[in-house]
Design a binder for this molecule. Sequence first.
Ligand SMILES: Cc1cc2nc3c(=O)[nH]c(=O)nc-3n(C[C@H](O)[C@H](O)[C@H](O)COP(=O)(O)OP(=O)(O)OC[C@H]3O[C@@H](n4cnc5c(N)ncnc54)[C@H](O)[C@@H]3O)c2cc1C
Length: 366
Amino acid sequence: MKPVLIIGAGPVGLAAALFLTRRGVPVRIVDADTAPSETSRALGINPRTLALLSDTGVTAAILAEAQPIRALSLHHHGQPLAKIALNAAALGADHPMVILPQARSEAHLTEALSALGVRVERGRAVASLAQDATAASAVMTDGEVIDAPVVFAADGAHSVARHALGIDFSGDGWPEPWHLMDVDLDGPPADEGWIDFQPDGGFICLPFSGRMFRLFSFGRPLLERVPADWRVGAVHWQSEFKVSHRIASRLSSGRIALGGDAAHIHSPVGARGMNLGIEDAYVFAACCADFLNGETGRLEDYHRLRHPVDAAVVRNVRTLTSFVRNTGPLADLAKRTLPPIAARLPFVINRALRVGMGLDHPVRLR
Ligand SMILES: Cc1cc2nc3c(=O)[nH]c(=O)nc-3n(C[C@H](O)[C@H](O)[C@H](O)COP(=O)(O)OP(=O)(O)OC[C@H]3O[C@@H](n4cnc5c(N)ncnc54)[C@H](O)[C@@H]3O)c2cc1C
């Protein structure tokens, strides 16, 4: 059998390659970039992802290096509102919520893959895709044509595959730039997330590694939002991004499937992006292996199983981010009054925690 082609060696493509290889399915994985990304980007790894990767050795490697995050401290205009414990065990999870830069998670996935004999083909970009009833084929920018029984496109938000298939990516985008910074700080707790509902929008600070913290918000410069009694040190990385919430109308078409940011994008609030994509990869691997064993409907199943889950996460993250983003007297009143009430109602807080930890739905393979 020819290998399944995976486009993109971000976390989702790497996870798909790993899950497929472990199921005995041969793969080729190509990436346009000549070297792995070194940026921190997605920091939060949730208990669901750690459970899905636990048989691969990647979970143990991540847990040996990652920093646990134990609570979220909520503030309003700098004054404490509520503290919410991030107790995954209390929600029935086997693993905690941890923090690790995306580049390190990708390195662990790459290592596990290479231990199984699979090497990422770097500097290899797909220019276009086609398919008929018997195979799919990718034309590379260097002219090579790769034929494959199935293609998994994990080629990010601007997916060539999604465009080639003419799949709609509907949703909306917000106009304002959001700022992100990894910076050394003295002041915030080292194992808690810190959210301040400031008059002009929410400000979020996450512990990262040692004295390093991730800040993000929009509008005013981030360092103007930092509490006066925190000491600011070296800035390690900063970036700006626009927030959109979009979902592909189909996650598979014939022999080509989409996963991760190619299929859905949303704000980083809730730390779901990379985690949700790795879950796509897990379900895709099961469906694809069955398809190659003759169960013809299984790639359609992938769409049927994942689309409602991914769409619900995009919707929930949009609602959560709107709460953080909205300004004005009514929004401000809601931010001051609702979190302390919710923190005292276990069924409300557990529901919110399940969303943040990726435990808000079962992972269905059928
Ligand atoms: C600044 C920033 C901050 C973020 N912060 C967070 C966060 O805090 N929490 C969170 O959960 N998420 C965050 N995200 C989102 C998270 O990084 C993504 O959800 C995650 O990377 C998605 O993984 P992916 O594998 O689907 O796509 P990507 O990581 O985008 O990987 C796609 C890969 O495909 C390759 N590729 C693209 N086109 C082609 C082609 N034609 N041929 C071959 N290869 C191709 C690219 O080179 C790339 O390596 C952040 C993103 C950014 C940009």
